[in-house]
Design a protein around this ligand. Structure first.
Ligand code: GUN
Ligand code: ZN
Length: 449
């Protein structure tokens, strides 16, 4: 057993968003006792350490903080080198001009391996212990991603990006329907619930415009079986107004979500459910929000990306009030920032600025909840991760404020007992340099090869 001593901050228990504030735990002289299996045996005040921790090695992280690992519920692995992409327009222009050609470069196995290493390396630097990763079209690239993730010790859920139709620029990423199903099956067999449960597979059609009704119907049949084994479903939904109009025109549906919900003209099995995560959901109708909520599906909210592509602002109050779980995603590379607290910073700013009386100053505990426990819930992993309660697997970060200019001064001006104020300072101000240790299941994750 090891004991980490520092200022412990997390959202304890299992509240909903509206209970996050009451569940904010902040213990200035705190301790986490982690056993040899990587489980949290004790979480609380250092002076209250139980007898069983006597003789354990003590790692003194003071004046550092102990935070839950960040959960990124939407990030694109094949876009690791693309955060600077100028598309000359919004989503569809950016995809065609920058992203499809960049993703096609992963056809080269050596390059795909380099991208996988860089991807894992960035995740470690920014403390993203768990991620739902939008994958490459190429199976060798997906193998590289899973292998590098396992070598590093990260938690990764991913699936190859499925595309069966698209513009010429998407050509190298396309397959036929039968091949798409075969490759997806194969990936599930290789990587689902692998590495002691640190990797999982997902079924990932890029978005409705990258596939057809036939593809979605076949994926529905596949997912009917795969979802019983805990395979995930992940895609984009209602991100951009031009995209939504194109989906409605192509599919003849009233609501974008209908395409994934088995409600195209030909019918089919719904892809919604408790392991289904939809990125963006900026412009959803009430019907869409209630279908997401009643099926236990979740939203990966990506405010940094929405700013970058001019996609609009997901209405925070209306969306969270619908009962759907709203977690956070960087959406690298439309999101040009890897660090989850920087995405929270944008989240705070865009929602305080919402028009027509909808603006809200999101409380710091709600921000932390969205970046950690809500992510774990969206990924149906709340029984294992998402906070630092005893009994969970020890996915945590050691944050050393002394590694960032002026952060110690900002924190020194805050009463350590004023948890809200202190958390706000930390989340809004921190940069990745302060992340001093990243642990998954009690093990320090390390830079790949
Ligand atoms: N919709 C379809 N593909 C993408 C993508 O790569 N990024 C974003 N932000 N939206 C998409
Ligand atoms: Zn995306």
């Amino acid at each position: 057993m090891r004991v980490y001593r520092g200022h412990l901050i997390h959202i304890g228990g299992a509240p909903r968003l509206d209970g996050a504030r009451e569940h904010l735990v902040s213990i200035p002289d705190g301790a986490l006792a982690v056993d040899d299996a990587g489980m949290i045996g004790y979480s609380g005040a250092y002076p209250g350490l139980p007898e069983s921790a006597a003789g354990a090695e003590i790692i003194d992280c003071r004046p550092g903080f102990l935070l839950p690992g960040f959960v990124d519920t939407h990030i694109h692995f094949p876009q690791t080198h693309c955060v600077d992409s100028y598309g000359g327009g919004q989503l569809l222009d950016w995809l065609q001009r920058c992203i499809f050609p960049a993703e096609a470069m992963l056809a080269d196995t050596g390059y795909a391996r380099r991208v996988a290493r860089d991807f894992c390396s960035r995740r470690i630097a920014v403390g993203t212990t768990t991620a739902l990763v939008f994958g490459s079209a190429f199976p060798h690239a997906q193998d590289a991603l899973f292998e590098e993730s396992i070598a590093a010790g990260l938690r990764t859920i991913s699936g190859r990006g499925i595309q069966t139709v698209g513009p010429a620029a998407a050509g190298p990423l396309l397959t036929g329907d039968a091949e798409a199903i075969d490759l997806t099956h194969n990936e599930i067999e290789r990587w689902h619930n692998h590495a002691g449960g640190l990797t999982h597979a997902a079924v990932v059609p890029r978005f409705a415009l990258s596939v057809t009704e036939t593809t979605l119907r076949a994926l529905g049949e596949l997912y009917e079986d795969a979802s019983a084994d805990g395979v995930y479903f992940h895609t984009h939904l209602s991100e951009n107004r031009g995209e939504i109009e194109a989906v409605r025109a192509d599919y003849g549906v009233e609501h974008y979500l209908d395409t994934y919900d088995g409600r195209c003209a030909g019918g089919g099995v719904s892809l919604l459910g408790r392991r289904s995560v939809f990125a963006h959901a900026v412009h959803c109708t009430d019907h869409e929000l209630s279908r997401l909520a009643e099926t236990g599906s979740s939203i990966a909210h990506c405010p940094t990306s929405q700013l970058f592509l001019g996609s609009g602002t997901m209405p925070w109050q209306r969306t969270t009030a619908s009962g759907v779980t709203v977690a956070l995603g960087t959406d690298v590379s439309a999101g040009d920032e890897w660090l989850i607290p920087r995405v929270l910073n944008d989240c705070f700013k865009v929602h305080i600025s919402e028009p027509e009386g909808q603006g809200l100053s999101i409380p710091p505990a709600d921000l932390l909840f969205t970046a950690t426990l809500a992510g774990a819930r969206a990924l149906d992993l709340e029984d294992r991760i998402g906070n630092l309660d005893a009994g969970k697997e020890a996915d945590f970060l050691v944050v050393d404020p002394q590694r960032q200019a002026l952060l110690p001064e900002l924190l020194a001006r805050t009463d350590p007992e004023d948890a809200d104020r202190l958390l706000f300072t930390l989340l809004m101000s921190m940069r990745e340099d302060v992340i001093d240790g990243v642990y998954v299941r009690g093990r320090l994750v390390t830079e790949p090869g």
